[in-house]
Design a binder for this molecule. Structure first.
Ligand code: AMP
Length: 180
């Protein structure tokens, strides 16, 4: 399925399927499953995220749920640990929690209370940077542990939603492709 010749960004774009009005009217859902199904491309995406992460990473923090897919593969590639950040009530042990505002109402995110030791060098990973609320809350959680957040990594960024601005003052933000 590989198409050598084309730039990585073009090949990623070609494997993102846009689904209008999913899961709700007005949302243009960016479906990354065609990318995952292309083994060569999936590997190159993980390599590109690893390059953006830089050296000496102790932990990859993956955001539920598609952040687990990219995050676990990235942790394997970097030979570092993986921490799942999950919706409330999913993790079995004691947790730290952050709450954040959504368009309507609030939501929370949790990590196990022993997941990150102070001073650990951490990258956070998700598939899509949209409004940035989820990533900003995760960044806050990492900081609460005393972790050093060295980068926030995304496969794709919906630039028009200005999520990058919500992360301003936080870690450097890297996205492999951007939709404006
Ligand atoms: P946000 O907090 O608005 O940046 O939203 C980020 C989270 O919602 C990520 O975990 C994404 O997987 C998901 N998400 C938001 N918008 C979309 C979209 N248009 N297509 C696919 N996933 C999205």
């Amino acid at each position: 399925m590989a198409s050598p010749g084309l730039a990585l960004t073009d090949r990623i774009r070609a494997r993102i399927r846009e689904i209008p009005d999913f899961p709700r009217p007005g949302i243009n859902f960016m479906d990354i499953t065609p990318l995952l199904a292309d083994g060569e491309l999936f590997g190159e995406v993980i390599d590109a995220l690893a390059a953006a992460a830089g050296p000496d990473i102790d932990l990859v923090v993956g955001i539920e749920s598609r952040g687990f897919i990219f995050g676990a593969a990235l942790a394997y590639r970097l030979r570092c640990g993986f921490v799942p950040v999950r919706k409330p009530g999913k993790l079995p042990f004691r947790t730290h929690r952050v709450d954040y505002t959504l368009e309507y109402g609030t939501d929370g995110l949790e990590a196990h209370e022993d997941a990150i030791a102070p001073g650990m060098r951490v990258v956070l990973v998700d598939d899509v940077l949209a409004t940035g609320g989820t990533a900003a809350a995760t960044a806050q959680l990492v900081t609460r542990f005393g972790g050093e957040l060295v980068a926030a990594l995304f496969v794709l960024e919906l630039g028009f939603l200005r999520g990058r601005e919500r992360l301003a003052g936080g870690p450097p933000v890297h996205s492999l492709i951007r939709y404006d």
